[in-house]
Design a protein around this ligand. Structure first.
Ligand code: ADP
Length: 205
């Protein structure tokens, strides 16, 4: 399995899409994290039991910032949150993996790969699989800000989010291959082609 990460606005999702057009199967960690707490899910019912119905909006959907606010104040609340969500996430991840063809090149798209690895070291509770190859997408800060601005995010918001994430250096520590997305899409495609060939090579061994 291949891990894929990158800070917000680096172009990680674009790389995931380019790999998918070449035949990779992408498992999106963020989508899974949202899916397991959809209305009607077991995990959401458990969260309401633990944190109260204040974490829901009028339509019964989880208001993530509200939950985060309640859970991240104390280590006990945080542990409870994780005890509820992590098994559900793990279960859904394995379900999606089970649906992949045995010879598929599976890309695990994990925005917070470096952050999760760091936490795993601190708490000795690893929530990510071991990857045969890790792709880290990078772009200069100013490029990221202007791309995110085009996507409708203000520079202030982007800077705040970027500051909350791991640094380029921290992500790089996990990289088998760093993708330099400072250029245009053609340059990005060239690098994705190189990676794709490397992955095919590994897969055939
Ligand atoms: P991430 O998933 O890392 O947050 P995205 O892949 O969504 O980043 O890219 C952020 C924005 O920048 C998107 O609108 C995307 O289309 C655009 N983008 C990504 N790479 C390039 C590039 N090389 N040239 C121009 N625009 C790009």
């Amino acid at each position: 399995m291949v891990g894929l990460t990158g800070g917000i606005g680096s172009g990680k999702s674009t790389v995931a899409a380019l790999l998918a057009t070449r035949g990779a199967v992408v498992i999106d960690a963020d989508l899974i994290a949202r899916k397991v707490v959809e209305p009607g899910s077991d995990a959401l019912a458990q969260l309401v039991k633990r944190f109260g119905s204040e974490i829901l909006d009028d339509s019964g959907s989880l208001v993530r910032p509200r939950l985060a606010e309640m859970a991240f104040g104390s280590s006990e609340a945080r542990a409870d949150l994780e005890a509820i969500t992590h098994p559900a996430i793990g279960h859904e991840f394995l379900r999606q993996l089970g649906e992949c063809a045995p010879d598929a090149i599976v890309i695990h798209d994990v925005p917070l790969l470096a952050e999760s690895r760091k936490k795993a070291q601190e708490t000795a509770s690893n929530s990510l699989p071991d990857y045969a190859y890790v792709i880290v997408v990078e772009a200069p800060l100013e490029t990221r800000l202007s791309r995110l601005e085009e996507r409708g995010l203000s520079a202030d918001d982007s800077r705040r989010r970027i500051a909350q994430q791991a640094t380029d250096a921290e992500r790089r520590e996990h990289a088998t291959r760093v993708v330099d997305n400072s250029g245009g899409l053609a340059e990005l495609e060239t690098q994705v082609d190189e990676i794709w060939h490397a992955l095919l090579e590994i897969d055939s061994q």
